[in-house]
Design a protein around this ligand. Structure first.
Ligand SMILES: Cc1cc2nc3c(=O)[nH]c(=O)nc-3n(C[C@H](O)[C@H](O)[C@H](O)COP(=O)(O)OP(=O)(O)OC[C@H]3O[C@@H](n4cnc5c(N)ncnc54)[C@H](O)[C@@H]3O)c2cc1C
Length: 469
């Protein structure tokens, strides 16, 4: 009878926990997490006595991994759809709903845009020219804007695509990779030919694009950690990895009680790119360099609670919130009207109106240097201009996500290939997380599963398995 392999997972965010879940019953798993609790960017706190998500607040429903995982760990009945509402952008002085059927802001039916006022007459005219403009195949990775501005015009990129991508990556279309940030559009670009006709008539997904969890999306990592059966050590920061002559791994960690030394047959690094880069430096120089080169955007989430009966003259805002194109010069990049969007949140505090605003795109790290009260005031000012006066909040909370969102800049796919190749030389070592193949929770879960499977299928240390080492 062979004993189970031991696996150490560094990082107790959703990626690492998904890996732990995938290995349940097949390996002795220990998760080492530097923070006081697992979850990483999934964290539910409280504001005015109500549960509020401080980081991610919904999971993608168009791909199955996150929703299926939530169901598998017992949260199926807590999954909640948002109230139906169009994506709205705050631009050209008003809140303007986008017509349905856009692909990350690119309208599949330009005619439907005309009444929204999102684009000027010139912007609309430019958009309508797209199908007749020559479109040679794009042969290399380019910035999103480099391709799209040529196709649909700069104004459409600035007012339609930029706010949508900003909502996902907090990044800029001038830096984000077409291939990695918009793979579906990149496929069309690589074939050549006009873009809008290729999007028109595509089957539209039905139902909600995203789903939330009643009581907070932060419940998901806690449930996954519990259901995985893994040993979880919080307050444990991994400082170094060492490969033993027999091919196993020794992990050095720091805890409040002093240093901790652990050994395992395999290690999965489920930490942000900069943390993985530091740990891989002595073992995988190429991966180290490429991981260290992945930039991050820092954001702050300002959550506020208002008394419904003391709302300002304009009353309470309607809809689920709005996105903001940077071209209009406002600080807030998005706002979510939580009490409108999530039934469970309205029911939890019928006398309150809860909302959150996000501040900080790539390159705006300096905004996070401001004290909390400044960020609250900035968010309130922008909200008042966008949605009308809503009075002063009863309570506010600022959650800072320093280097919170990796930026898939031009060349990301090539960088990824080099990282994977370098790491493949090290048996018993895997990486997963938001830095690789998608920043959304569902994509993170998928990378965690894939890393776990590679570890599970590897030969035990000392037995010839993968090439190299
Ligand atoms: C404000 C914000 C809102 C978001 N909203 C959404 C959303 O609504 N929907 C969505 O799908 N996605 C959203 N995202 C993206 C998504 O939440 C993240 O990409 C995802 O949760 C990242 O998971 P992860 O496990 O890869 O990384 P993380 O969550 O960063 O987890 C990594 C963990 O590793 C730990 N760690 C780091 N170094 C070490 C070390 N040396 N030793 C031990 N532990 C270490 C960290 O403490 C952390 O807990 C949002 C992100 C942010 C920042």
């Amino acid at each position: 009878m062979t004993s189970k392999r031991s696996v150490i997972i560094v990082g107790g965010g959703i990626s690492g926990l998904a890996a732990a879940w995938q290995l349940r019953g097949r390996a002795e798993v220990t998760v080492l997490e530097s923070g006081p609790r697992v979850g990483g960017k999934l964290r539910t706190g409280t504001l005015a006595g109500v549960a509020v998500d401080e980081g991610a607040e919904s999971v993608m429903a168009l791909r199955p991994e996150a929703v299926d995982l939530a169901e598998a760990v017992g949260l199926g009945r807590a999954l909640a759809d948002p109230a139906p509402a169009p994506v709205t952008v705050w631009t050209r002085g008003a809140l303007r709903p986008m017509p349905a059927g856009h692909v990350l802001g690119i309208p599949s039916d330009p005619a439907a845009l005309a009444d929204t006022g999102i684009l000027s007459e010139e912007g609309l005219a430019r958009l309508h020219q797209e199908p007749s403009r020559p479109a040679a195949p794009v042969t290399e990775d380019v910035a999103v804007s480099a391709y799209l501005a040529e196709r649909i015009g700069r104004e459409a990129v600035d007012r339609l695509v930029e706010p949508l991508l900003g909502g996902v990556y907090a990044g800029s279309t001038d830096a984000l990779s077409l291939r990695s940030a918009m793979p579906g559009i990149a496929g069309i670009a690589e074939r050549g030919g006009p873009l809008l006709p290729a999007l028109h008539g595509r089957p539209r997904p039905t139902g909600s694009f995203v789903r939330g969890v009643e009581g907070g999306t932060g419940r998901l990592p806690l449930a996954v950690a519990r259901a995985s059966g893994a040993r979880v050590l919080t307050g444990t920061t991994v400082r170094a990895l060492e490969r033993t002559p027999s091919g196993t791994w020794r992990v050095q960690a720091a805890t409040a009680d002093g240093p901790l030394l652990l050994s395992a047959d395999a290690v999965i690094l489920a930490v942000p790119a900069f943390a993985a880069a530091a740990l891989l430096r002595p073992h995988a120089p190429v991966a180290h360099t490429d991981l260290a080169a992945i930039p991050y955007a820092s954001t702050a989430v300002v959550t506020m609670a208002f008394a419904r009966d003391r709302a300002g003259l304009g009353g309470l805002p309607s809809g689920n919130g709005f996105l903001v194109p940077p071209v209009d010069g406002h600080t807030v990049k998005a706002a979510t009207f939580l009490s409108n969007k999530w039934r469970w949140q309205a029911d939890a505090a019928p006398h309150l109106f809860l909302l959150r605003a996000s501040i900080g795109r790539a390159g705006e790290e300096h905004l996070l240097d401001r004290p909390d009260r400044h960020l609250v005031r900035t968010a309130l000012n922008d909200l008042h201009h966008a949605a009308g006066p809503i009075g002063e909040p009863l309570a506010a909370r600022v959650s800072r996500w320093e280097r919170g969102l990796p930026q898939y800049t031009v060349g990301h796919a090539a960088r990824l290939a080099r990282i994977r190749e370098d790491i493949a030389r090290l048996p018993g070592l895997e990486v997963c997380g938001a830095a690789y193949e998608g920043v959304g929770i569902a994509a993170c879960v998928a990378t965690g599963y894939a890393a776990a499977e590679r570890v599970a299928q590897e030969a035990p240390a000392g037995v010839p398995g993968r090439a190299g080492g």
